[in-house]
Write a protein that binds this ligand. Structure first.
Ligand SMILES: *Cc1c(COP(=O)(O)O)cnc(C)c1O
Length: 390
């Protein structure tokens, strides 16, 4: 018989229909962002084509696009002109990896990445392997981290590119890209970092990091879906082959009419993330503490808990089967794997077996998470875990 644990909080008097604990999959667009986006759409708004430099409609749109570029750059310590607009982190990852690889012409060579990357990196690398590139996929250590040592040991004379994520989308673990960047630069290779889960959650200062390419997405940071950016640092500049041609927008690296409303939305979202950073970090850390308190003593393990983690993402594996039903909007695997319904490659790489991977939940907290929702989540998980599955 499972032990009955005392409930640490006051009883809930009202409950939220289905609390949202999947901010790592996507976030709602902040109302302040929506307001700015709408201004770019209608006849009296900034609807002009940012490439129409011959009239004020286009010029105004261009100004908005460049302001957004400064806002995104401001959050991550980059120069505005080092950012290229894309359709999201998936495209940024494709441009970074294929762009650097294919710019080498016939040279081919070796790339280092990890087993816990997002599919947007893994599937792109698989494509490059098909074209003759060699790829090493590092395994995480027992705590879920990709270490500088692991990268050092994998470096080869022909290694020209390393691609690692800053924050893992399933575990919330943070990679030490500062140390890895120094190592990779000393070796003469480029470092690409997928930061889709990191913007607004960890401090990023591209002015001091030895990172050459960094991918961003708006919709994980309270901006709209369908817009992202790729940072191209000085060492990567000129070593990147465009993947989308047609008009030479974005310094020739990514053609296509700039989506003013999306770009303005991303800019505003990143500016807000910058402005709210300290306050939000503290608030989410305290919500996490509350959640952990509510889960205390339950028959479950916390994944990657001994490595550096952001407070927003919590991965738990129950010791036995349970049924949560529709009590919570959580992820049982990353949304990208959900499409194929396959067990999470990240959890398997961490050493979990198939059964453990299917007993794992990712709870991700965000800007609009309330204490009441946290209590409801903890209670729903307690109820599910303490009631044996029939
Ligand atoms: C969400 C996510 C992506 C994909 O970003 P899109 O903007 O949806 O294409 C890539 N990498 C990581 C780590 C993510 O979490």
């Amino acid at each position: 018989m499972p032990q009955i644990l005392p409930w640490p909080f006051a009883p809930a008097n009202d409950t939220v229909a289905t609390p949202y604990f999947d901010y790592a999959a996507t976030t709602p667009v902040d109302e302040r962002v929506i307001a700015r986006m709408v201004e770019c759409l209608g006849k009296s708004g900034t609807f002009g084509n940012p490439a129409s430099s011959s009239h004020s409609f286009g010029q105004r749109a261009r100004e908005q696009v460049e302001q957004a570029r400064r806002q995104v750059a401001g959050l991550v310590g980059a120069e505005p002109q080092q950012l290229v607009w894309t359709s999201g982190a998936t495209e940024s990852n494709n441009l970074a990896l294929k762009g650097v690889a294919q710019a080498r012409g016939a040279a081919k060579g070796h790339i280092i990445s990890s087993q816990i990357e997002h599919k947007a990196v893994l599937d792109t690398l698989a494509q490059l392997q098909g074209q003759g590139f060699a790829v090493t996929y590092l395994a995480p250590d027992k705590d879920g981290a990709i270490t500088t040592d692991a990268v050092r040991q994998a470096l080869r004379d022909d290694t020209f590119l390393v691609s690692l994520m800053l924050v893992n989308n399933e575990l919330g673990s943070v990679t030490d890209v500062a140390a890895i960047g120094d190592l990779v630069r000393e070796h003469g290779a480029l470092l690409h970092v997928d930061a889709a889960q990191a913007s607004g959650k960890v401090v990023i200062d591209l002015g001091t990091l030895a990172v050459d390419l960094m991918s961003f997405s708006a919709h994980k940071t309270y901006g709209p879906k369908g817009i992202g950016a790729l940072y191209v640092g000085p060492c990567a500049n000129g070593r990147l082959q465009a993947q989308i041609h047609g008009g030479g927008h974005e310094q020739g690296l990514r053609s296509g009419t700039l989506a003013t409303h999306q770009i303005v939305g991303m800019g505003e979202a990143f500016a807000l993330a910058h402005e709210l950073f300290a306050e939000e970090q503290a608030r989410i850390a305290s919500l996490r503490e509350r959640l952990l308190k509510g889960l205390q003593g339950l028959p479950l393990a916390f994944n990657a808990a001994r490595t550096r983690q952001i407070p927003h993402t919590l991965s738990i594996t129950a010791y036995s089967d349970f049924a949560l039903g529709n009590a919570l909007a959580v992820s049982s695997t990353s949304a990208c794997n959900s499409a194929s319904n396959a067990p999470s490659h990240v959890l398997l790489a961490l050493g979990l077996n198939l059964a453990e991977a299917t007993r794992t939940l990712r709870l991700s907290l965000g800007r609009f998470t309330t204490e009441q929702e946290v209590d409801q989540a903890a209670r729903a998980i307690r109820d599910a875990l303490l009631v044996p599955v029939p």
